[in-house]
Write a protein that binds this ligand. Structure first.
Ligand SMILES: *Cc1c(COP(=O)(O)O)cnc(C)c1O
Length: 709
């Protein structure tokens, strides 16, 4: 990107101020040169603060900063990053200017979590990562876009695993001063306060603003002295607490979010609910429309025109449900002002509106109140139509109005700095603006672009970096639990061995230990001295999910098997930063969910730009992405309804594909030591998967199908 403005001389103080300002826009999280700048300023602090640019800029003294900027080479780099930033923020010729010029009012995108960067821990898993990647691509495409979520002061838990292999949860408060947040103020200069009603209480919230490139994210926060003590902690933890906390958080997000936008004078073009957590926003819009004089049917129509809904959950039990008592208790007072009965409200959240015994389901509310609804992969769309067909009694399941938009990832944000360097020199640094261009990615077949040898060298470097990172983390983990022998981890893993990664939430349907099911057959595969294989696991179990915690414990126990020490490892405290190392270093990304429960899955999409390959059940996105030559499938495009049998069959198929295809292809080297077949597969994967599974493609699809409709 070039600077459109004439070069002006920028003094050092001014440069320092501009750098500080830039550190407060999360744009830097997907610009490798910007990250490098902060790293160079304070390498140790950068690492200790979990790569936090705001912390680096706070800790470094003005004197040191000025001194560093006297280094002409460093100052030149800083200027170059700042000019890229200016060019990005000021660009007028954008995807939106060409394809969505009619979208004048912003999209308001509501999500209970946003995973933007490891230094802003307000997410727990894939849903948050998706929201974070969605907002980054909305910024890249220059769509007018506002994200809304909650400010979780203590975020999600930090995972520690004790000597017994059991997960412990530790909550650490976020240090406000180290986060890129601005408190939203009124025109008069006071803190902007809004409120919602929960039961008979008025609960106030303040709002933090986060700049994500050109997009804005608002985070609602009830931690205020104005609130009763127990409401002060309402927004402390991601999905924290009991059902009362849950409904309270969802009221703040949905109803509070609408009120916030109103108080800011923002009139969204659409309200996009990412999962049902925010669906109470429809209740607020409905009440407003009725207050404005519309009758109920007209008000419903009015709301429906403005709302979109993306569902993520393929099992009935995964959807938020609230009992009549809870709804009455929480909403009774607020709803009474409409003059209609609480049953009228409840009817919106019931499949059978008049069934007094049916709880209130957020997904049903969202489906009833949206003009478009979608699942997150083709298969998940189909599963969702089947699951909710009772809501549409006059339609057959295939006519149920739930479509699909398959999830993607924000590729520039997931590409490691090393991958950026590698591709910038070969594709030009504007490859990040061509993610949707299928023709462009055909270049991946081109030996002149990158030879097999160069691609193999890239793989080697990334794998070695991961091995070094993992050794350091293992040593730290081991020292913390007071074990001796931490030194042994200096030799854990091998930079030459086929490296298989499995990292995601340890929800039981994801079946982390599936590969160990037939341990006697697995052991010789892992320990073959000629063709070694190593497994790296990471992931958090939900605090109340003991079965998920047992999965972690079992994997750690396998890692202590005398023949598997240093070959099967578990890395603690999975987050975006850990993910970034794993997805770049692993040769194979393993995903073996119990189909069709994955909905989409996105972590496998992150390996593509690094030359990683997927080995996965044909569920979610992989069922669409897999073409026979760009990775491997475990089993068939089908699933056995008997889960015990399905687990057994999938485990057999997994070992078979590893033994018969993956391991032989990785170790089949020519006289130069290059695995030609493997690299051909990498080229196919990059060509076919990068353009199909980016959030640029996904956000463009949402825009053209829904935001502009
Ligand atoms: C990508 C990612 C996820 C989602 O992974 P899935 O494979 O879709 O479950 C969850 N957590 C983190 C930290 C991620 O980076």
């Amino acid at each position: 990107m070039s600077n459109a403005h004439p070069k002006k001389h920028i003094g050092h103080n001014h440069l320092a101020e501009r750098l500080r300002a830039m550190s407060r826009n999360l744009w830097w999280t997907w610009n490798p040169e910007a990250q490098r700048t902060f790293f160079r300023l304070a390498p140790q602090l950068w690492r200790e603060s979990n790569h936090n640019a705001v912390a680096v800029m706070r800790e470094i003294s003005q004197q040191e900063l000025t001194a560093r900027l006297h280094d002409p080479e460093f100052a030149r780099k800083v200027r170059s990053v700042l000019s890229d930033f200016d060019a990005y923020m000021g660009a007028t010729d954008t995807w939106a200017s060409q394809h969505a010029a009619h979208l004048k009012h912003p999209v308001a995108y509501f999500s209970a979590e946003f995973g933007i960067h490891e230094s802003l821990p307000i997410y727990s898993g894939g849903l948050g990562i998706l929201s974070g990647d969605h907002i980054k691509s909305a910024s890249d495409l220059a769509i007018p876009f506002i994200g809304l979520s909650l400010f979780y002061r203590e975020g999600y838990f930090q995972q520690r695993v004790g000597a017994d292999g059991w997960q412990q949860e530790v909550y650490l408060p976020n240090h406000l001063e180290n986060l890129p947040l601005e408190l939203v103020m009124t025109a008069q200069g006071g803190r902007l306060l809004n409120s919602v009603q929960i039961g008979h209480s008025t609960v106030f919230f303040q709002t933090w603003k986060v700049q994500v490139g050109r997009a804005t994210l608002y985070l609602l926060d009830t931690n205020l002295p104005e609130n009763d003590f127990h409401f002060q902690g309402l927004t402390s933890h991601v999905y924290g607490g009991n059902i009362d906390t849950r409904i309270g958080q969802e009221i703040v997000l949905g109803i509070g979010g609408v009120r916030l936008l109103d108080s800011l004078g923002v009139q969204p073009s659409v309200y996009h609910m990412n999962e049902g957590h925010s669906a109470f926003l429809a209740v607020e819009l409905l009440q407003r429309a009725m207050k404005d004089g519309l009758d109920r049917a007209a008000a419903e129509e009015h709301v429906r025109k403005r709302c979109l809904f993306t569902t993520h959950t393929p099992v009935p039990a995964g959807h938020d449900r609230f009992s009549r008592e809870l709804m009455e208790h929480t909403f009774g007072a607020a709803w009474s002002s409409t003059g209609s009965s609480i049953d009228d409200l409840l009817s919106y959240g019931r499949v059978h509106p008049d069934n007094p015994d049916e709880p209130f389901t957020m997904t049903v509310l969202a489906l009833r109140m949206s003009r478009h609804a979608n699942g997150v992969s083709e298969l998940h769309g189909r599963v969702s139509r089947e699951m909710w067909k009772e809501l549409y009694p006059s339609l057959s399941a295939d006519r149920v109005p739930i479509g699909h938009v398959t999830n993607g990832i924000h590729t520039p944000g997931w590409a490691s700095v090393h991958a950026h360097d590698f591709w910038n020199t070969r594709l030009g640094s504007d490859w990040t603006a061509k993610l949707m261009d299928r023709r462009f990615w055909k270049k991946m077949q081109d030996q002149d672009l990158a030879t097999d040898e160069e691609l193999w060298a890239l793989r080697y470097t990334l794998r070695r970096d991961l091995v070094e990172y993992a050794r350091r983390r293992l040593r730290e983990q081991h020292q913390r639990i007071g074990g001796d022998g931490a030194a042994a981890f200096a030799k854990a893993l091998s930079p030459d061995a086929l490296t298989i990664g499995f990292a995601r939430r340890f929800a039981t349907y994801k079946r982390a230990p599936l590969i160990f099911r037939d341990f006697d057959r697995l052991l010789p595969l892992l320990t073959d001295p000629e063709r070694p294989v190593q497994l790296i696991f990471a992931g958090k179990a939900h605090p109340r999910d003991n079965e998920g915690k047992r999965f972690i414990q079992r994997i750690i126990e396998y890692g202590r098997h005398p023949q598997l020490f240093g070959k099967v490892i578990f890395l603690e405290n999975y987050d975006i930063g850990v993910a970034r190392h794993l997805i770049s270093g692993c040769d194979v990304w393993l995903n073996n969910p119990r189909r069709p429960l994955e909905a989409s899955g996105t972590s496998g999409q992150k390996v593509g730009i690094h030359g990683g390959l997927n080995v996965s059940i044909l569920d979610g996105w992989w069922r669409e992405g897999y073409d026979g030559k760009n990775g491997w499938a475990i089993g068939e495009d089908a699933n056995d309804p008997d889960t015990e049998r399905q687990d057994a069959i999938d485990a057999v198929n997994l070992l078979a594909v590893l033994r018969d295809q993956v391991i032989p292809e990785f170790y089949h080297r020519d006289e130069h030591g290059i695995p030609r077949g493997w690299i051909a597969r990498i080229r196919n994967a990059m060509e076919t998967l990068i353009p199909g599974y980016s959030t640029d493609r996904m956000v463009a699809e949402y825009t053209e199908k829904f935001y502009l409709a």
